[in-house]
Design a protein around this ligand. Structure first.
Ligand SMILES: Cc1cc2nc3c(=O)[nH]c(=O)nc-3n(C[C@H](O)[C@H](O)[C@H](O)COP(=O)(O)OP(=O)(O)OC[C@H]3O[C@@H](n4cnc5c(N)ncnc54)[C@H](O)[C@@H]3O)c2cc1C
Length: 405
Protein backbone atom coordinates (compact mmCIF):
# COMPACT_ATOMS: atom_id res chain seq x y z
CA UNK A 1 0.00 0.00 0.00
CA UNK A 2 1.27 3.43 -0.90
CA UNK A 3 0.65 6.18 1.62
CA UNK A 4 2.15 9.53 2.62
CA UNK A 5 2.84 8.73 6.28
CA UNK A 6 3.39 5.55 8.27
CA UNK A 7 3.20 5.87 12.06
CA UNK A 8 4.37 2.94 14.19
CA UNK A 9 2.74 3.00 17.64
CA UNK A 10 -0.84 4.11 18.19
CA UNK A 11 -0.52 5.41 21.75
CA UNK A 12 -0.96 9.01 22.82
CA UNK A 13 1.71 10.53 20.55
CA UNK A 14 0.96 8.34 17.52
CA UNK A 15 -2.78 9.08 17.62
CA UNK A 16 -2.20 12.84 17.95
CA UNK A 17 0.29 12.83 15.07
CA UNK A 18 -2.04 10.73 12.90
CA UNK A 19 -5.05 12.97 13.40
CA UNK A 20 -3.03 16.13 12.72
CA UNK A 21 -1.46 14.74 9.56
CA UNK A 22 -4.82 13.35 8.40
CA UNK A 23 -6.48 16.73 8.96
CA UNK A 24 -3.83 18.28 6.71
CA UNK A 25 -4.95 15.95 3.94
CA UNK A 26 -2.06 13.49 4.22
CA UNK A 27 -2.84 9.80 3.80
CA UNK A 28 -1.84 8.11 7.05
CA UNK A 29 -1.34 4.48 8.09
CA UNK A 30 -1.18 3.89 11.86
CA UNK A 31 0.31 0.55 12.91
CA UNK A 32 0.34 -1.10 16.35
CA UNK A 33 1.22 -4.62 17.38
CA UNK A 34 -1.18 -4.52 20.34
CA UNK A 35 -4.76 -5.72 20.07
CA UNK A 36 -6.15 -2.77 22.04
CA UNK A 37 -5.69 0.87 21.20
CA UNK A 38 -3.67 3.10 23.57
CA UNK A 39 -3.55 0.82 26.56
CA UNK A 40 -1.41 3.29 28.54
CA UNK A 41 -4.02 6.01 28.20
CA UNK A 42 -6.58 3.52 29.48
CA UNK A 43 -4.65 2.69 32.67
CA UNK A 44 -3.29 6.20 33.25
CA UNK A 45 -4.18 8.39 36.19
CA UNK A 46 -5.76 5.49 38.05
CA UNK A 47 -8.19 5.01 35.11
CA UNK A 48 -9.09 8.72 34.86
CA UNK A 49 -6.17 9.88 32.68
CA UNK A 50 -4.27 12.85 34.05
CA UNK A 51 -4.15 14.15 30.49
CA UNK A 52 -2.25 17.41 31.01
CA UNK A 53 -1.00 19.92 33.54
CA UNK A 54 -2.04 23.56 33.49
CA UNK A 55 1.45 24.58 34.65
CA UNK A 56 3.41 22.65 32.00
CA UNK A 57 6.72 24.44 31.39
CA UNK A 58 10.02 23.22 29.93
CA UNK A 59 11.36 23.04 33.52
CA UNK A 60 8.95 20.14 34.19
CA UNK A 61 10.82 17.94 31.71
CA UNK A 62 14.08 16.03 32.06
CA UNK A 63 16.41 15.70 29.08
CA UNK A 64 20.11 15.82 28.35
CA UNK A 65 19.08 18.73 26.07
CA UNK A 66 16.74 20.71 28.35
CA UNK A 67 15.75 23.37 25.78
CA UNK A 68 14.69 20.86 23.12
CA UNK A 69 11.09 20.59 24.31
CA UNK A 70 10.43 24.36 24.29
CA UNK A 71 9.32 24.78 20.71
CA UNK A 72 6.86 21.86 20.63
CA UNK A 73 5.40 22.71 24.05
CA UNK A 74 4.85 26.32 22.96
CA UNK A 75 3.03 25.27 19.80
CA UNK A 76 0.64 22.78 21.42
CA UNK A 77 -0.37 23.86 24.92
CA UNK A 78 -2.57 22.35 27.65
CA UNK A 79 -5.29 24.79 26.47
CA UNK A 80 -5.19 23.25 23.00
CA UNK A 81 -5.87 19.80 24.41
CA UNK A 82 -8.59 21.17 26.70
CA UNK A 83 -10.28 22.73 23.65
CA UNK A 84 -10.25 19.30 21.99
CA UNK A 85 -11.88 17.70 25.04
CA UNK A 86 -14.50 20.46 25.12
CA UNK A 87 -15.30 19.88 21.44
CA UNK A 88 -16.08 16.27 22.41
CA UNK A 89 -18.00 17.24 25.58
CA UNK A 90 -15.57 15.37 27.84
CA UNK A 91 -15.76 16.56 31.44
CA UNK A 92 -12.59 17.11 33.46
CA UNK A 93 -11.46 18.59 36.75
CA UNK A 94 -8.28 19.86 38.40
CA UNK A 95 -7.20 17.55 41.18
CA UNK A 96 -4.15 19.30 42.58
CA UNK A 97 -1.08 21.25 41.39
CA UNK A 98 -2.61 21.94 37.96
CA UNK A 99 -3.21 18.24 37.23
CA UNK A 100 -6.27 17.75 34.99
CA UNK A 101 -8.16 14.44 35.10
CA UNK A 102 -11.21 13.15 33.22
CA UNK A 103 -14.43 13.13 35.26
CA UNK A 104 -15.19 9.71 33.79
CA UNK A 105 -13.00 6.92 32.50
CA UNK A 106 -9.84 7.43 30.41
CA UNK A 107 -11.62 5.54 27.64
CA UNK A 108 -13.28 8.87 26.73
CA UNK A 109 -9.88 10.26 25.66
CA UNK A 110 -9.15 7.17 23.57
CA UNK A 111 -12.59 7.35 21.91
CA UNK A 112 -12.03 11.04 21.16
CA UNK A 113 -8.63 10.45 19.50
CA UNK A 114 -9.97 7.43 17.60
CA UNK A 115 -12.91 9.40 16.23
CA UNK A 116 -10.65 12.32 15.23
CA UNK A 117 -8.38 9.87 13.39
CA UNK A 118 -11.33 8.17 11.69
CA UNK A 119 -12.75 11.54 10.61
CA UNK A 120 -9.33 12.46 9.19
CA UNK A 121 -9.24 9.23 7.16
CA UNK A 122 -6.41 7.57 9.12
CA UNK A 123 -6.14 3.85 8.33
CA UNK A 124 -5.48 1.92 11.54
CA UNK A 125 -3.82 -1.51 11.60
CA UNK A 126 -3.93 -3.12 15.05
CA UNK A 127 -2.43 -6.51 15.90
CA UNK A 128 0.13 -5.78 13.21
CA UNK A 129 3.79 -6.77 13.67
CA UNK A 130 6.45 -4.74 11.90
CA UNK A 131 8.92 -7.13 10.30
CA UNK A 132 11.35 -4.88 8.50
CA UNK A 133 11.99 -1.27 7.59
CA UNK A 134 13.92 -0.40 4.45
CA UNK A 135 14.96 3.08 3.43
CA UNK A 136 15.82 4.29 -0.04
CA UNK A 137 17.65 7.60 0.23
CA UNK A 138 16.91 10.33 -2.30
CA UNK A 139 19.17 10.68 -5.34
CA UNK A 140 22.16 12.90 -4.51
CA UNK A 141 20.85 15.98 -6.31
CA UNK A 142 17.56 15.88 -4.30
CA UNK A 143 19.03 15.36 -0.87
CA UNK A 144 19.44 19.01 -0.06
CA UNK A 145 15.68 19.53 -0.46
CA UNK A 146 15.07 16.59 1.92
CA UNK A 147 12.67 14.98 -0.59
CA UNK A 148 12.77 11.95 -2.84
CA UNK A 149 13.52 9.32 -0.17
CA UNK A 150 11.23 6.37 0.52
CA UNK A 151 10.44 4.05 3.44
CA UNK A 152 9.28 0.50 2.85
CA UNK A 153 7.73 -1.14 5.91
CA UNK A 154 6.93 -4.88 5.84
CA UNK A 155 4.42 -6.07 8.41
CA UNK A 156 2.49 -9.21 9.28
CA UNK A 157 -0.59 -7.66 7.63
CA UNK A 158 0.59 -5.70 4.56
CA UNK A 159 3.59 -3.91 3.14
CA UNK A 160 3.56 -0.11 3.08
CA UNK A 161 5.51 2.58 1.19
CA UNK A 162 5.69 6.17 2.39
CA UNK A 163 7.83 9.29 2.35
CA UNK A 164 7.45 9.85 6.11
CA UNK A 165 7.93 7.30 8.87
CA UNK A 166 7.06 8.28 12.45
CA UNK A 167 8.23 6.17 15.37
CA UNK A 168 5.85 6.53 18.34
CA UNK A 169 6.48 3.25 20.14
CA UNK A 170 6.83 4.75 23.63
CA UNK A 171 9.13 3.60 26.44
CA UNK A 172 9.81 0.35 28.26
CA UNK A 173 7.57 0.63 31.28
CA UNK A 174 4.79 -1.90 31.98
CA UNK A 175 5.62 -4.42 29.23
CA UNK A 176 2.18 -6.02 29.55
CA UNK A 177 0.63 -2.89 27.99
CA UNK A 178 2.55 -3.58 24.75
CA UNK A 179 5.74 -1.67 25.55
CA UNK A 180 8.79 -2.80 23.58
CA UNK A 181 12.29 -1.46 22.83
CA UNK A 182 11.40 -1.35 19.13
CA UNK A 183 11.81 2.42 18.78
CA UNK A 184 15.38 2.20 20.07
CA UNK A 185 16.11 -0.60 17.59
CA UNK A 186 14.91 1.59 14.72
CA UNK A 187 17.19 4.36 15.99
CA UNK A 188 20.12 1.91 15.98
CA UNK A 189 19.26 0.80 12.44
CA UNK A 190 19.54 4.41 11.26
CA UNK A 191 22.59 5.29 13.38
CA UNK A 192 20.62 7.69 15.61
CA UNK A 193 22.17 7.93 19.12
CA UNK A 194 20.23 6.96 22.24
CA UNK A 195 20.89 8.41 25.68
CA UNK A 196 21.09 6.20 28.76
CA UNK A 197 17.74 4.58 29.62
CA UNK A 198 16.43 4.06 33.14
CA UNK A 199 13.05 3.59 34.80
CA UNK A 200 11.48 6.88 35.98
CA UNK A 201 8.55 7.77 38.23
CA UNK A 202 9.25 4.51 40.01
CA UNK A 203 9.24 3.34 43.67
CA UNK A 204 12.72 3.09 45.23
CA UNK A 205 14.00 0.01 47.03
CA UNK A 206 16.51 -0.53 49.84
CA UNK A 207 18.80 -3.40 50.78
CA UNK A 208 16.57 -5.86 52.68
CA UNK A 209 18.74 -5.72 55.84
CA UNK A 210 18.70 -1.89 55.90
CA UNK A 211 14.96 -1.82 55.34
CA UNK A 212 13.98 -4.58 57.76
CA UNK A 213 12.92 -2.22 60.59
CA UNK A 214 10.68 -0.19 58.24
CA UNK A 215 9.27 -3.08 56.20
CA UNK A 216 6.58 -3.70 58.82
CA UNK A 217 5.32 -0.12 58.38
CA UNK A 218 3.93 -0.64 54.86
CA UNK A 219 1.16 1.85 54.14
CA UNK A 220 2.39 4.57 56.51
CA UNK A 221 2.68 7.94 54.76
CA UNK A 222 3.71 11.49 55.62
CA UNK A 223 4.17 14.85 53.91
CA UNK A 224 7.82 15.72 53.24
CA UNK A 225 10.29 17.50 51.02
CA UNK A 226 12.49 14.94 49.28
CA UNK A 227 15.67 16.13 47.57
CA UNK A 228 18.61 14.91 45.54
CA UNK A 229 21.13 17.48 44.39
CA UNK A 230 19.26 20.70 43.55
CA UNK A 231 15.96 18.95 42.82
CA UNK A 232 13.25 18.83 45.51
CA UNK A 233 9.62 17.80 45.65
CA UNK A 234 7.12 18.34 48.41
CA UNK A 235 4.39 15.69 48.40
CA UNK A 236 3.51 12.50 50.23
CA UNK A 237 6.05 9.77 51.00
CA UNK A 238 4.72 6.23 51.37
CA UNK A 239 6.51 3.38 53.16
CA UNK A 240 6.35 0.05 51.29
CA UNK A 241 7.64 -3.38 52.26
CA UNK A 242 10.65 -2.93 49.95
CA UNK A 243 11.30 0.79 50.29
CA UNK A 244 9.66 4.13 49.60
CA UNK A 245 7.00 5.25 47.17
CA UNK A 246 4.31 7.97 47.00
CA UNK A 247 4.33 11.03 44.74
CA UNK A 248 7.40 12.72 46.26
CA UNK A 249 9.48 9.55 45.79
CA UNK A 250 8.18 8.86 42.26
CA UNK A 251 9.11 12.42 41.31
CA UNK A 252 12.61 12.29 42.77
CA UNK A 253 13.25 8.80 41.32
CA UNK A 254 13.57 10.31 37.83
CA UNK A 255 16.48 12.48 39.08
CA UNK A 256 18.06 9.95 41.45
CA UNK A 257 21.33 8.30 40.41
CA UNK A 258 22.59 5.01 41.82
CA UNK A 259 24.56 5.47 45.05
CA UNK A 260 23.02 8.88 45.88
CA UNK A 261 21.34 9.50 49.24
CA UNK A 262 17.83 10.96 49.43
CA UNK A 263 17.49 13.91 51.78
CA UNK A 264 14.06 13.88 53.41
CA UNK A 265 12.79 16.86 55.35
CA UNK A 266 10.08 15.12 57.34
CA UNK A 267 8.77 18.29 59.03
CA UNK A 268 9.06 21.01 56.42
CA UNK A 269 6.77 23.52 58.17
CA UNK A 270 8.31 23.28 61.62
CA UNK A 271 11.50 24.60 63.21
CA UNK A 272 12.11 21.45 65.20
CA UNK A 273 15.09 22.74 67.16
CA UNK A 274 13.02 25.70 68.43
CA UNK A 275 10.04 23.47 69.17
CA UNK A 276 12.13 20.99 71.15
CA UNK A 277 13.61 23.90 73.10
CA UNK A 278 10.08 25.13 73.87
CA UNK A 279 9.28 21.68 75.26
CA UNK A 280 12.53 21.18 77.16
CA UNK A 281 10.74 20.70 80.46
CA UNK A 282 8.25 18.19 79.00
CA UNK A 283 8.23 14.63 80.35
CA UNK A 284 6.85 13.31 77.06
CA UNK A 285 9.03 10.76 75.28
CA UNK A 286 10.42 11.83 71.92
CA UNK A 287 8.58 9.07 69.99
CA UNK A 288 5.29 10.03 71.64
CA UNK A 289 5.95 13.71 70.85
CA UNK A 290 6.45 12.82 67.17
CA UNK A 291 3.03 11.13 66.92
CA UNK A 292 1.59 14.62 66.31
CA UNK A 293 2.91 14.26 62.78
CA UNK A 294 3.61 10.54 62.23
CA UNK A 295 1.92 7.21 62.83
CA UNK A 296 2.96 5.76 66.21
CA UNK A 297 4.51 2.68 64.58
CA UNK A 298 6.65 4.91 62.35
CA UNK A 299 7.70 7.24 65.20
CA UNK A 300 8.77 4.22 67.31
CA UNK A 301 10.85 2.67 64.53
CA UNK A 302 12.35 5.98 63.45
CA UNK A 303 13.44 6.77 67.02
CA UNK A 304 14.93 3.28 67.45
CA UNK A 305 16.91 3.83 64.24
CA UNK A 306 17.95 7.30 65.41
CA UNK A 307 19.46 5.64 68.50
CA UNK A 308 21.39 3.21 66.28
CA UNK A 309 22.69 5.98 64.02
CA UNK A 310 23.51 8.63 66.63
CA UNK A 311 23.36 7.02 70.06
CA UNK A 312 20.51 9.37 71.05
CA UNK A 313 17.94 7.19 72.84
CA UNK A 314 14.19 7.68 72.86
CA UNK A 315 13.78 9.55 76.18
CA UNK A 316 11.56 12.19 77.82
CA UNK A 317 12.20 15.56 76.15
CA UNK A 318 13.46 17.10 79.43
CA UNK A 319 16.44 14.70 79.41
CA UNK A 320 18.03 16.02 76.21
CA UNK A 321 20.70 18.73 76.23
CA UNK A 322 21.01 21.52 73.62
CA UNK A 323 23.43 19.54 71.47
CA UNK A 324 21.15 16.50 71.39
CA UNK A 325 18.08 18.62 70.55
CA UNK A 326 20.02 20.17 67.67
CA UNK A 327 20.97 16.73 66.37
CA UNK A 328 17.44 15.31 66.67
CA UNK A 329 16.09 18.33 64.76
CA UNK A 330 18.77 17.98 62.10
CA UNK A 331 17.88 14.30 61.63
CA UNK A 332 14.17 15.07 61.28
CA UNK A 333 14.81 17.87 58.79
CA UNK A 334 17.38 15.85 56.85
CA UNK A 335 16.74 12.12 57.16
CA UNK A 336 19.26 10.60 54.76
CA UNK A 337 18.59 7.22 53.21
CA UNK A 338 20.36 5.60 50.28
CA UNK A 339 18.20 3.41 48.02
CA UNK A 340 19.77 0.30 46.56
CA UNK A 341 17.69 0.44 43.39
CA UNK A 342 14.23 0.85 41.90
CA UNK A 343 11.23 -1.40 41.29
CA UNK A 344 12.23 -1.36 37.61
CA UNK A 345 10.22 -1.06 34.40
CA UNK A 346 7.49 -3.36 35.73
CA UNK A 347 6.42 -0.59 38.14
CA UNK A 348 7.80 2.54 36.45
CA UNK A 349 5.44 5.06 34.84
CA UNK A 350 8.01 6.19 32.31
CA UNK A 351 11.40 5.56 30.75
CA UNK A 352 13.96 8.32 31.29
CA UNK A 353 16.32 8.83 28.37
CA UNK A 354 15.72 7.81 24.77
CA UNK A 355 16.39 9.08 21.27
CA UNK A 356 19.08 11.74 21.61
CA UNK A 357 17.34 15.02 20.84
CA UNK A 358 20.54 16.48 19.39
CA UNK A 359 19.76 14.25 16.40
CA UNK A 360 16.24 15.71 15.93
CA UNK A 361 14.72 18.99 14.80
CA UNK A 362 12.99 20.56 17.81
CA UNK A 363 10.40 22.06 15.46
CA UNK A 364 9.35 18.91 13.60
CA UNK A 365 10.90 15.93 15.45
CA UNK A 366 12.49 14.87 12.15
CA UNK A 367 15.95 13.28 12.22
CA UNK A 368 18.53 15.75 11.00
CA UNK A 369 20.54 13.03 9.23
CA UNK A 370 17.63 10.91 7.96
CA UNK A 371 15.07 12.99 6.07
CA UNK A 372 11.54 11.65 6.52
CA UNK A 373 12.19 9.77 9.78
CA UNK A 374 10.53 11.19 12.92
CA UNK A 375 10.53 10.19 16.61
CA UNK A 376 7.80 11.42 18.97
CA UNK A 377 6.48 10.83 22.49
CA UNK A 378 8.16 8.89 25.25
CA UNK A 379 10.69 7.14 22.99
CA UNK A 380 12.47 10.52 22.78
CA UNK A 381 14.83 11.69 25.54
CA UNK A 382 12.23 14.04 27.06
CA UNK A 383 10.63 12.82 30.28
CA UNK A 384 7.94 14.68 32.17
CA UNK A 385 7.53 14.94 35.89
CA UNK A 386 4.54 13.29 37.54
CA UNK A 387 1.23 15.09 36.99
CA UNK A 388 0.10 15.02 33.35
CA UNK A 389 3.36 16.27 31.85
CA UNK A 390 4.15 13.07 29.97
CA UNK A 391 0.89 13.18 28.06
CA UNK A 392 1.44 16.87 27.33
CA UNK A 393 4.77 15.92 25.75
CA UNK A 394 3.08 13.14 23.76
CA UNK A 395 0.42 15.57 22.45
CA UNK A 396 2.92 18.38 21.74
CA UNK A 397 5.55 16.24 19.99
CA UNK A 398 2.80 14.38 18.08
CA UNK A 399 1.34 17.70 16.97
CA UNK A 400 4.76 19.03 15.89
CA UNK A 401 5.45 16.01 13.69
CA UNK A 402 1.83 15.91 12.50
CA UNK A 403 2.28 19.40 11.00
CA UNK A 404 5.46 18.39 9.18
CA UNK A 405 5.05 14.84 7.84
C1 LIG B 1 0.56 3.09 34.96
C2 LIG B 1 0.84 4.36 34.20
C3 LIG B 1 0.10 5.49 34.46
C4 LIG B 1 0.40 6.68 33.79
N1 LIG B 1 -0.34 7.78 34.06
C5 LIG B 1 -0.06 8.93 33.43
C6 LIG B 1 -0.86 10.09 33.65
O1 LIG B 1 -1.89 10.03 34.34
N2 LIG B 1 -0.48 11.25 33.04
C7 LIG B 1 0.62 11.33 32.21
O2 LIG B 1 0.91 12.40 31.69
N3 LIG B 1 1.34 10.23 31.94
C8 LIG B 1 1.03 9.05 32.52
N4 LIG B 1 1.77 7.94 32.23
C9 LIG B 1 2.83 8.04 31.21
C10 LIG B 1 2.16 8.03 29.81
O3 LIG B 1 1.25 6.96 29.74
C11 LIG B 1 3.20 7.88 28.70
O4 LIG B 1 4.25 8.80 28.87
C12 LIG B 1 2.54 8.10 27.34
O5 LIG B 1 1.57 7.11 27.13
C13 LIG B 1 3.59 8.03 26.23
O6 LIG B 1 2.92 8.12 25.01
P1 LIG B 1 3.56 7.45 23.71
O7 LIG B 1 2.52 7.59 22.64
O8 LIG B 1 4.90 7.96 23.47
O9 LIG B 1 3.73 5.92 24.10
P2 LIG B 1 2.60 4.85 24.46
O10 LIG B 1 1.36 5.52 24.91
O11 LIG B 1 3.28 3.88 25.35
O12 LIG B 1 2.28 4.16 23.07
C14 LIG B 1 3.23 3.36 22.38
C15 LIG B 1 2.47 2.45 21.45
O13 LIG B 1 3.44 1.78 20.63
C16 LIG B 1 3.07 0.43 20.52
N5 LIG B 1 4.26 -0.36 20.21
C17 LIG B 1 5.32 -0.62 21.00
N6 LIG B 1 6.18 -1.41 20.36
C18 LIG B 1 5.66 -1.66 19.13
C19 LIG B 1 6.09 -2.43 18.02
N7 LIG B 1 7.23 -3.11 18.04
N8 LIG B 1 5.30 -2.48 16.91
C20 LIG B 1 4.12 -1.79 16.89
N9 LIG B 1 3.66 -1.07 17.90
C21 LIG B 1 4.43 -0.99 19.02
C22 LIG B 1 2.44 0.07 21.86
O14 LIG B 1 1.59 -1.04 21.75
C23 LIG B 1 1.70 1.38 22.19
O15 LIG B 1 0.37 1.35 21.71
C24 LIG B 1 1.47 6.73 32.86
C25 LIG B 1 2.19 5.58 32.59
C26 LIG B 1 1.88 4.39 33.23
C27 LIG B 1 2.67 3.17 32.91
Amino acid sequence: MKTDVIIIGSGAAGLMCAMQAGQRGRSVVLIDHAKKLAEKIRISGGGRCNFTNLNAKPENFISTNPNFCRSALARYTPQDFIALLQKHNIGYHEKTLGQLFCNDESEAVIAMLRSECDAAGVKRFMNCEVEEINYTPAPDDWQEKRVGHKFHVSTSREDFNATSLVIATGGLSIPKTGATPYGYHVAEQFGIPITKLKPGLVPLTFAPDDWKPYAELTGVSFDAIVSVGKQSFRENVLVTHRGLSGPAILQISSYWQHGEALHINMLPDIDMEALLAEHKTSKKQLAKFLTQWFAKSFADVWCAQLAERTGIENKPLNQYNDKQRKLIAAQLHDWQVTPSGTMGYAKAEVTCGGIDTHALSSKTMECIEVPGLYFIGEVVDVTGQLGGYNFQWAWASGYAAGQAV
